[in-house]
Write a protein that binds this ligand. Structure first.
Ligand SMILES: Nc1ncnc2c1ncn2[C@@H]1O[C@H](COP(=O)(O)OP(=O)(O)OP(=O)(O)O)[C@@H](O)[C@H]1O
Ligand SMILES: [Mg+2]
Length: 299
């Protein structure tokens, strides 16, 4: 029998982790109320993953879900900046410094819990028994969450793959830029090849669009090539307009859903959540009208 590769070990461990978080939550029997794990990834960097992940987390907490946002990006600590927090510890400190989940998790003023830069996540494949036991027991502390959202770095490293393998859904963010589309396809290809058997739902968000038509064209292109060459289904979740509020929100260190809930970007985000939840988006009639106009103007 062939020896398992590092990737396979990572995937096994991540798979175990997911089952454990879900099992310990004691909710998996009922099906719909287990902890849901969503990763946010991309091929090309800088397409808007972090802003999307943070605001997605807040949108979910605004509809009453308990949300944990995990910063899985090992590079720049972008989530910290957007949330205006300075975390002292990360998941790595659980493995190596005997910290507990309570020590590292931060309750933010935006209603979501946050765990910082999980450097070393892919190392869970190589932990000794004692370390692994500790890690799993601390991860169990997260089973209070309805949703865990993981913001990953761009592209597919072992670390990103480990996060995706532990997830129920992988949201891929792209922009209309041709290189971003090509790289989104490349990422989906790797996920399909490496994690083909693991039933992860792949979903697509098109960010920074100028019109609904543009978004649809991009989505159609990705869905078609993925279907044709990888024989895989991608679910189009929606789009987010190019909107200066996104940059402003970063400057004032307040996520745009909080700083400007009626902005185009915020409304798009709420639509994406409704799509994820399979519910119809409704808001006060003012916004409803605004939305109708917005959609017919750009549709
Ligand atoms: N819909 C949008 N409209 C306008 N600007 C946007 C939008 N989405 C993202 N941006 C801007 O794009 C830049 C990159 O965003 P962000 O950091 O979220 O991307 P990322 O994919 O997480 O990047 P990285 O790959 O480096 O982690 C930021 O300056 C952000 O303000
Ligand atoms: Mg980022």
């Amino acid at each position: 029998m062939k020896r398992k590769s590092v990737e396979e070990k990572i995937i096994d461990q991540a798979e175990n982790l997911r089952l454990i978080v879900q099992e310990k939550s004691g909710k998996s029997e009922s099906g719909d109320s287990k902890t849901r794990i969503i990763t946010v990834s991309s091929g090309k960097g800088g397409v808007g993953k972090t802003n999307f992940a943070v605001n997605l987390a807040i949108a979910y907490s605004q509809i009453g879900k308990k949300v944990v946002l995990l910063d899985g990006d090992l590079g720049l600590a972008n989530v910290n900046v957007i949330l205006g927090v300075v975390p002292e510890f990360s998941l790595f400190n659980i493995i190596k410094n005997n910290k507990s989940m309570k020590d590292i998790i931060i309750n933010t003023k935006f209603g979501i819990s946050f765990i910082a830069g999980a450097s070393g996540f892919s190392k869970i494949a190589n932990l000794d028994d004692e370390e692994r036991k500790r890690f799993i027991s601390e991860m169990n502390e997260l089973s209070f969450a309805d949703i865990i959202i993981i913001d990953t770095s761009a592209g597919i490293s072992n670390n990103v793959l480990a996060f995706i393998a532990s997830a129920d859904e992988a949201i891929i963010v792209t922009t209309p830029e041709p290189t971003a589309i090509t790289d989104a396809y490349g990422t989906i290809k790797i996920i399909t090849t490496e994690l083909g058997d693991s039933n992860i739902a792949i979903k697509l968000v098109v960010n920074r669009v100028k019109s609904v038509t543009e978004a649809k064209k991009v989505a159609h292109r990705v869905i078609t090539i993925v279907g044709q060459f990888l024989n895989t289904k991608v679910d189009y979740l929606g789009y987010i307009y190019e909107d200066p509020i996104v940059q402003n929100a970063v400057l004032v260190q307040k996520p745009f859903l909080v700083s400007d809930p009626r902005s185009k970007a915020s409304i798009c985000l709420k639509h994406i959540v409704s799509r994820l939840e399979n519910i119809e988006f409704r808001e006060g009639s003012g916004v409803g009208n605004f939305l109708k106009k917005l959609l017919s103007k750009n549709g």
